[in-house]
Design a protein around this ligand. Sequence first.
Ligand SMILES: [Mn+2]
Length: 158
Amino acid sequence: MKILLVSDTHGRDEHLEEALEIEKPDFLCHMGDLEGSEDYIRVIANCPLAMVSGNNDFWTDLNPEVTFELQGFRIFMTHGHYYYAHSGNEQLKSAGRRNKADIVLFGHTHRPTLEFDKDIIVANPGSLTYPRQEKRRPSYMVLYLEKGKLPKFETKFL
Ligand SMILES: [Mn+2]
């Protein structure tokens, strides 16, 4: 199963459209700061999706955290601002463990991050609109999930 991981589009969705067109995923995960694009993204995704609200999403029907299973993996999604995402992944890992997650997905820092720990994986695809990492290219991740296999992540840049 091919999953597109994106975050921090901040109301500008051209790069998300581009990533969807390139990857044609089976599932989309958006880790927040959509800034009003919820309904539009539901339409353009053309696949099932999960989204959470970020610190810039004020009038939204989205929840700040969701937990769900795909391919036998338990996934915990949150934007990251409740867990000091700018100071590293530790609080996010703890929150993931409390939620019995195998994979934690977050955003907020606008910098792609991937960490495989013994019992948990933490991933942040960066921002498709306002990248902050070196070279500042819009980033996203593709996650390949197959039941019983090690999850495979690819970080991609537009
Ligand atoms: Mn943001």
